[in-house]
Design a protein around this ligand. Structure first.
Ligand code: HEC
Ligand code: HEC
Length: 433
């Protein structure tokens, strides 16, 4: 009786600290996590899978024809090996500058973004003499690729309260004697001009909202304009009316369907067979003991249902409220010695309002300090990835671990001091996630 009471008191205390929730559902079964019914979820997925053409507004500059083309492994919403090209240069003051990329034989210069699109819709039958492909000039000396990310389970990540991440950063800094201090970055919520949230999506934490990210990706990856990103990157060869996508009879446009699709996905499931082996269990303990979990945080709990997030634009529904997820990430920015030197581009990510409105808690200084920082890569589903780290340049887990320097140096050294079989146990553990 006394013991049961003890447990009850403990769980009350945990609940009060926002530490306790029911487990977020996991799986790769294309079924909803409960946010919508399965039929609605699969209809939303069909939008995500849909292939866009010139008639739909594809391009003029683009990277791929559907969200699924880059987010599909092992099913729609997963990651893939596809990378994107980002470039820029340093100005006379030493600070990062977005690239200036001439197109149309120099008649137009594309600016305001670090992304370089790999494809274009012309020259074509309609525009046989219009040359708009983006080619990197030699002057853009900072160059990197960034590999695609997993989106499954992102609805739970979006529903983690800002203050949970702020507290995590504070705790982490305190317990490591300021050696590991993740950076919190307040980023614009595109659908709520003036409002910001703690960034958690993208390699640079460029977004806090899945709706914002969907609008950004629709324009910058596919060239499809929407109410959130109404302007094309170039108007050459452009024939489809703007915005390319508008609301249907249900009042939702594609961007709303994408966001609802992502919010209703289940989180990546671990390999249950491998996770139960003694070696993986040992690896799991060592992962915590040597400090990997300081950044690759094991568990986070979402805010309760009814909480308003994204500048009041989204209310956390029952299916996403007070759920515990195991992303193995603190969703904070760190310098682990791998930074690519590129600061996120304001207009590219936040659209025409980027410089027009005053964003709450927004700091240009904070932005600039992210130059060489990367978000802690979430390790859920990492066993499915063949190209690791933001640039996709590491192809084994061991190589990815050994690349960690900067804030992670002591942890990497601890890893190196482990016996070979202990190191292998950590890798085995990662292979079960
Ligand atoms: C050409 C490939 C490509 C296409 C097409 C594409 N994406 Fe992505 N996506 C990426 C890459 C690469 C990243 C990582 C970007 C970064 O942070 O630099 C990413 C990141 C994301 C993220 C952040 C995930 C996280 O957890 O951090 C979301 C959300 C997303 N994409 C949604 C979409 C949606 C919705 C579409 C369709 C409108 C789409 N993407 C189309 C390549 C693509
Ligand atoms: C200081 C924070 C920090 C610590 C400590 C840390 N990591 Fe990381 N980890 C990161 C960041 C940031 C990235 C992304 C780096 C990049 O993409 O350039 C990352 C990336 C990874 C990746 C690549 C995942 C992918 O999807 O590409 C693996 C695997 C990984 N870490 C494992 C570990 C292990 C194992 C340890 C302990 C030995 C560890 N990390 C310690 C911050 C950390």
């Amino acid at each position: 009786m006394g013991r049961l009471l003890g447990i009850a008191v403990l769980s009350l205390a945990l609940a009060a600290a926002g530490q306790q929730g029911t487990e977020a559902p996991t799986g790769f079964d294309n079924k909803s996590n409960g946010l919508v019914d399965d039929t609605t979820h699969q209809a939303d997925q069909a939008r995500f899978d849909d292939i866009e053409t010139v008639k739909d507004g594809l391009g003029p500059l683009y990277n791929a024809q559907s969200c699924r083309e880059c987010h599909q492994d092992p099913t729609s919403g997963g990651a893939s090996q596809i990378t994107e090209l980002r470039v820029g240069h340093r100005g006379p003051d030493g600070r990062f500058r977005n690239p200036e990329i001439p197109i149309a034989r120099g008649a137009e210069v594309i600016s305001g973004r670090s992304l370089v699109n790999d494809r274009a819709i012309c020259p074509s039958e309609a525009f046989p003499d219009t040359e708009i492909h983006e080619r990197v000039p030699d002057s853009e000396t900072i160059r990197t690729t960034r590999v695609s990310l997993n989106l499954l389970g992102d609805g739970f990540v979006e529903a983690v309260a800002d203050e949970t991440l702020v507290n995590l950063a504070r705790e982490q800094c305190k317990t490591t004697g300021r050696r590991i201090c993740g950076q919190v970055l307040y980023v614009p919520i595109v659908e709520a001009p003036g409002q910001t949230g703690v960034g958690r999506f993208g390699w640079k934490n460029q977004h806090a909202s899945l709706l914002s990210f969907s609008g950004d990706a629709y324009l910058n990856e596919m060239g499809i304009t929407s109410r959130l990103f109404p302007n094309e990157v170039t108007n050459r060869c452009n024939t489809a009316p703007e915005p390319n996508n508008t609301a249907g009879p249900d009042g939702l446009d594609d961007v709303d369907h994408f966001a609802r699709f992502l919010r209703a996905t289940k989180a990546p499931a671990p390999d249950k067979v491998l996770a139960e082996t003694p070696k993986a269990k040992r690896g799991s303990e060592l992962f915590d003991r040597i400090g990997c979990a300081t950044c690759h945080a094991r568990a986070l709990t979402t805010a309760p249902a009814g909480t308003k997030i994204n500048g009041g634009n989204f209310t956390i529904p029952e299916a996403l409220g007070q759920k515990t997820l195991h992303p193995f990430s603190d969703f904070l920015l760190h310098d682990v010695g791998t930074g690519d030197g590129i600061v996120m581009a304001m207009e590219e990510h936040y659209g025409p309002n980027a410089y027009k409105v005053t964003w709450k808690s927004f700091s240009l200084k904070e932005y600039r300090s992210t130059t060489n920082k990367v978000r802690t890569a979430p390790l859920w589903g990492v066993r499915l990835r063949t190209r690791l780290m933001h640039d996709g340049a590491s192809v084994t887990l061991r190589d990815a671990i050994l690349r960690h320097r900067g804030e992670a140096i002591r942890v990497t050294q601890r890893f190196q001091r482990l016996s070979r079989s202990e190191q292998e146990a950590i890798v085995e553990f990662l292979q079960s996630q």
